[in-house]
Design a protein around this ligand. Sequence first.
Ligand code: OGA
Ligand code: MN
Length: 302
Amino acid sequence: MLTTDSGFTINTLGVKVGAEIIGADLRKHLSAAAFAEIEDTFYRYSVVVIRDQELTTRELVEFSRRFGTLQINVRSKTKTKDADIRIMPDEQEAIYISNVKKDGKFMGSTDAGRYWHSDLCYEQIPSKMTLLHAIEIPEKDGVVYGATKFADVAAAYDALSGTMKNRLEGLVAANSFRHMWQRKADDFGTRMKLGDEELAKLPEDAIHPVVRVHPVTGQKCIYICDGYTNRILGMPEDESDQLLSELFAHMTKREFRYQHEWSLNDLLMWDNCAVQHKANFDYDPSLRRLMQRCTVMGDAIT
Ligand code: OGA
Ligand code: MN
């Protein structure tokens, strides 16, 4: 436990990744020094929850903006027809992640986080961080469901053999929103499979390094993910498939994991270069889960 100059309490929650901040009130404007404490904690622990935040969407957006430019979700930009048309909150820069329906329609994305992934890695300029705020969490008989799992992909990189590290040096891969869409349509039926014309409206695949250097910490991180990466370039397809499967299995091993068990009014922030995440769909669909989310644009990957 640590108490900061601004009076926040910081507790670690995991081995290397995962910490909580208690005693902040994000409805009030934080001083630059107080904000710097939160930012430092974020880069140090990669997955950080600020407890007890009762935030409107506007307040979430305003706090998130202090980290950088917010990204507008691709599905609201492309207006692709799909089974779970989202209703945006008042603010364009936030979306709902939820199984809750309003006027017969899902309020937001119902199937975010089905596969291990890094948010917006399918964009040319991906997201450096995500802020997810728990408005309602699924609970039954005193047990809370719908945890979010994280994998420390910096630790996963460090644990690779020297031979594998050399093999990955300089490799780039395609990260594909289109691939993810069709896979979810096949696997869960919550989205409609798209034809060529509609697929073409979705972002083109983004080519990113298989291993990234973290822009702030300098750590090397594995930056391919099961959810979006469909091809390592410059090698035969079967070799790429095999290498991807090997890496996916490695990076999501238990030893690299941290699991966030939600409490109401948690504001969880994660670093999309240092960790990947996956949602736990372990609850009955009749239990409501309502989250609001912002993503902050990162730097161009060099
Ligand atoms: C996300 C996401 C996981 C969850 O919002 O980007 O993957 O547990 N969410 O809701
Ligand atoms: Mn996500």
